[in-house]
Design a protein around this ligand. Structure first.
Ligand code: PLP
Length: 391
């Protein structure tokens, strides 16, 4: 085989469900020289990263660590550390990622009760109270921002409710962290995980995880060994925490990236960042609505960072997205599960929550939709977004 040419990917605007584009400052940080994973300078970088991660998760949790893998490993880390074979778990699913949690909890040996809601909807506190009352689980797992449907699940009162039943609350914050408020301490969340490639504007590769002292106690009192060696938080903590004992070789460059991504979040300020995501979402939503597109999630439950809309009749999913990619360099996501072939998911996450992404997406979508035979008023999407920004 001839040696392949030098890497030269085409420029893309990543407006799908993730990864989004990494911030240029993150990419610059990744070009700095490697340190050894036990170098005192790197150890200081780890401490800084953890401290900033706590601020972004809005927690004082000591056990706050970026796991060396993607968001799914964050999910697996929380479940495998908290669940011992035979433990009861209630997993709430209203989309694709809730189902992934069901699958992993089952593999951890949990006796899983699945609490289902139609895709695109969210759970009420009363529905979840019933599930807690009848099952009395050790863990209740729920997705905060369901990327497959674009729905935001309110979890602000759920931790308190779980604690009335002596249940730990586990929350998937993969698509929420860095985009919408995540308040681990105020909301009494016991275990949360996220990813690096969305709201934190880094490449994929790290999964921030945080456990409350209550969850830490449960971990300490386990009767059996954690089923996964790599994801055993007690062992990982001895590297990230006090002892600095070798566990596995940290992905140095990814930690640099995360450190820079977190610096960007804190420099901007959490409230300003959340407001920016809402502002750009409202402009995109105005434009998409003017193009005749309808959201999967009801108003009031829509994620600002992930706009999931139904494809109009007659538009071919794959052909439409191919045109967006090949002619305009824009990636959007297709539908997952029930919405496969029926929806597009447009992400405005972290660095990519910007007016120029909104206008580029709307202009390209107008051309692609009208090219597919959809009647759209020319310029209506861009004009509606402009009005939304002005108003
Ligand atoms: N949970 C949610 C809500 C997600 O959106 C994703 C990925 O997009 C995951 C979990 C899995 O994360 P990863 O693909 O980084 O493993």
């Amino acid at each position: 085989m001839a040696i392949p040419g030098q890497l030269n990917p085409s420029p893309r605007l990543l407006l799908g469900p993730g990864p989004c584009d990494a911030h240029p400052r993150v990419l610059a940080a990744m070009m700095t020289p490697l340190l050894g994973h036990l170098d005192p300078q790197f150890l200081a970088i780890m401490t800084e990263t953890q401290e900033m991660l706590r601020q972004v998760f809005q927690t004082k949790n000591e056990l706050t660590i970026p796991i060396s893998a993607t968001g799914s490993a964050g999910m697996e880390t929380c479940l495998v550390n908290l669940i011992e074979p035979g433990d009861r778990a209630v997993i709430c699913t209203a989309g694709y990622f809730g189902n992934r949690m069901v699958e992993i909890a089952g593999r951890c040996g949990a006796v899983v009760t699945v609490k289902e809601a139609p895709w695109g909807t969210v759970f009420s506190l009363d529905q979840l109270r019933d599930a807690l009352k009848t099952t009395r689980p050790k863990v209740l797992g729920i997705v905060h921002a369901e990327t497959s449907t674009g729905a935001l699940q309110d979890v602000s009162q759920l931790g308190k409710l779980c604690h009335e039943f002596d249940t730990l609350l586990l929350t998937d914050c993969v698509t929420s962290l860095g985009c919408t408020p995540v308040k681990l301490d105020e909301w009494e969340i016991d275990a949360a995980f996220s990813c690096s490639q969305k709201g934190l504007s880094c490449p994929p590769g790290l999964a921030p995880v945080s456990l409350s002292p209550r969850a830490g106690e449960v971990l300490k009192k386990r009767k059996t060994k954690v089923q996964s060696w790599y994801l055993d938080l007690t062992a990982i903590q001895s590297y990230w925490g006090g002892e600095r004992a070798y566990h596995h070789t940290a992905p140095i460059t990814m930690v640099y990236a995360l450190r820079e991504g977190l610096r960007l979040v804190l420099e901007e300020g959490l409230e300003a960042r959340f407001a920016r995501h809402v502002r750009n979402h409202l402009a995109l939503r105005a434009g998409l609505t003017a193009l005749g597109l309808k959201y999967l999630a009801a108003e009031g439950n829509q994620l600002p960072q992930l706009n999931a809309v139904r494809l109009p009749e007659g538009v071919d999913d794959v052909a439409g997205r191919k045109r967006l990619l090949n002619e305009f360099g824009i990636e959007v996501g297709g539908g997952l599960g029930e919405f496969k072939g029926k929806a597009w998911r447009i992400g405005l996450m972290g660095y990519n929550s910007r007016p120029n992404c909104v206008f580029q997406a709307l202009a390209a979508l107008e051309l692609v939709l009208s090219g597919a035979g959809v009647k759209v008023e020319r310029g209506a999407g861009v004009a509606a977004a402009e009005r939304a920004y002005a108003g």
